[in-house]
Ligand binder design. Structure first.
Ligand SMILES: Cc1cc2nc3c(=O)[nH]c(=O)nc-3n(C[C@H](O)[C@H](O)[C@H](O)COP(=O)(O)OP(=O)(O)OC[C@H]3O[C@@H](n4cnc5c(N)ncnc54)[C@H](O)[C@@H]3O)c2cc1C
Length: 473
């Protein structure tokens, strides 16, 4: 990949979204942070722009775009200057819902996915638990089969959109211990026995609601199972790839924005009779940061390119998440320092960014876990490195902890990839087949799924992967 494949349609979507985000979201950044929530209407408005379903096929209410449209979404949301809104929207559009499109039944798509993409139902992803964050394979929330139902008991922790989600893409234990006993279900939150135990008071991303959830004898129909029973672990791991990419893309866009704003500030703010930006120490600091940000951007685009083409991308995605999540800590620190006292005042965007960015090396898989994944991929045990014969792994070498490090992205055929019509100007619209004047983007051809990897060809929870499998982590 020499350049990201942004076309005129992507540019049109970018412009439409930027206009909306700057006009309708950015002015409320502080107010919504103080309120600890933002209006539900925002989901609806983004749906009307075609943003929530931008890379989903039209038959589920999407706009028929490709994964690069989702990249634009994550990049442009940053202009809201409100990380809480951005996180909530990306959970709704790119984190809790892709797996329903990927493996859900027609009924699940109609009941959960389509209303989410239309902004009518709020979605959440429920994987983490009080005792299982990085260590997904040890999650304890159970789903016991009872006739035609599952009965769910347990708790989920740190769930974004958790206080007002209409449904949760939920990981539950349907089988024995470890990664082989996990399933995914779509869980409607109006079920008896479900409760929001607590809205968590966070350090940052304040406008996003994050909750501790309880499930007590919650009965849901067995047809809400997503995919096959006890096969949920690798769907979760596959899903993390998209989540991590969204985090990396948002981090790059956010760093860029912060540095640009700092440069503007440094031109205006004077000290010792000259603009701050004239001091060489800061000129060099920003020169270094912009160089690193450019490297981060291309590392991330490289991972996006592999992901969009459904090539194995676990290593590249993990590197992008690690690099951007750690780099933003240094960039935001310096941007805040450069603002002096104003950098410590919450109404200044850089102060909120300083606080919010901290999540980027923790959420969706910590930096340590990213290093574990990369290390497992690049440093295979010597004894197996030259072994051409596929063989079962010993119990010790399997990811018995099932940590988020045990990630794997799969391959699919080219079939099912999305595409979109070209456009060169005008306004961006999601309405199917109704392109407005001047080449507006109108959804274009539909496809069977958003650009997502499906089940890894080499992965099975019951059969250990071959020793030559390069995507086993
Ligand atoms: C604001 C916010 C929103 C979130 N939203 C969601 C959501 O919507 N849905 C959801 O399911 N989850 C969500 N999470 C949970 C998030 O994904 C987890 O917090 C994260 O994966 C880390 O898990 P943990 O908090 O249990 O940390 P732990 O797993 O307890 O880790 C603690 C520390 O130990 C380190 N560590 C753990 N294992 C290893 C290892 N093998 N090697 C080296 N170091 C290790 C970690 O890197 C970390 O530094 C959210 C979290 C936050 C803070």
């Amino acid at each position: 990949m020499i350049a990201p494949p942004f076309t005129a349609e992507h540019d049109l979507f970018r412009k439409t979204l930027r206009d909306y985000v700057v006009r309708e979201l950015a002015p409320h950044a502080l107010e919504w942070d103080e309120a600890g929530i933002f209006p539900r209407e925002v989901f609806r408005q983004l749906a009307e722009l075609g943003a929530l379903g931008v890379n989903y096929p039209e038959e589920v209410g999407g706009s028929g775009g490709d994964f690069w449209h989702a990249v634009v979404l994550a990049e442009e949301l940053v202009h809201s200057r409100n990380s809480g809104v951005n996180m909530a929207v990306l959970v709704q559009s790119q984190i809790a819902t892709p797996i329903i499109q990927e493996i859900g039944t027609a009924e699940q798509k109609k009941e959960f996915l389509a209303p989410a993409l239309a902004g009518e139902k709020i979605a959440a992803l429920g994987i983490s638990e009080p005792d299982a964050g990085s260590d997904v394979a040890h999650l304890r929330t159970t789903a016991r089969r009872s006739g035609d139902d599952y009965v769910i008991d347990g708790a989920k922790m740190w769930i974004t959109n958790g206080t007002r989600a209409d449904f949760i893409t939920l990981a539950v234990r349907t089988g024995g211990p470890g990664y082989g006993g996990i399933s995914l279900v779509t869980f409607p939150t109006d079920v008896k026995g479900f409760s929001v135990s607590k809205k968590l008071q966070k350090l940052g991303n304040l406008s996003s609601d994050t909750a501790l959830l309880f499930f007590e004898d919650c009965r849901i129909p067995a047809r809400y199972l997503l995919g096959e029973e006890n096969q949920g672990f690798y769907h979760v791991m596959t899903n993390f790839q998209g989540e991590r990419l969204m985090a990396a893309i948002g981090a790059v866009s956010g760093m860029d924005q912060m540095v640009q704003e700092s440069l503007r500030y440094g031109n205006e703010r004077q000290a010792f009779d000259k603009p701050l930006i004239k001091f060489q120490v800061w000129r060099h600091r920003f020169a270094e940061h912009l160089t690193s940000i450019e490297a981060a951007r291309w590392l991330t685009y490289r991972a996006c390119d592999l992901f969009a083409r459904k090539e194995p991308a676990v290593k590249e995605i993990s590197m992008a998440k690690l690099f951007t999540g750690d780099l933003i800590q240094r960039v935001v620190y310096d941007c805040m320092q450069f603002h002096g006292g104003m950098g410590y005042v919450v109404e200044t965007p850089v102060a909120r960014a300083f606080r919010d960015a901290r999540l980027l090396s923790i959420g969706g898989g910590t930096s340590e876990i990213m290093k574990e994944i990369i290390a497992k991929l690049v440093c295979p045990p010597q004894s197996r490195a030259n072994d051409p014969q596929p063989r079962r792994r010993s119990r010790r070498s399997r990811p018995s902890s099932g940590s988020r490090s045990a990630s794997c992205a799969g391959r699919t055929s080219a079939a099912g990839r999305t595409s979109a019509r070209s456009g060169s100007g005008g306004s961006w619209s999601r309405s199917s087949g109704s392109s407005s004047a001047a080449g507006s983007w109108s959804g274009g051809s539909s496809a069977s799924s958003p650009s997502r990897p499906t089940r890894p060809s080499c992965w099975s929870p019951t059969t250990a992967p071959s020793s030559t499998c390069s995507c086993w982590a």
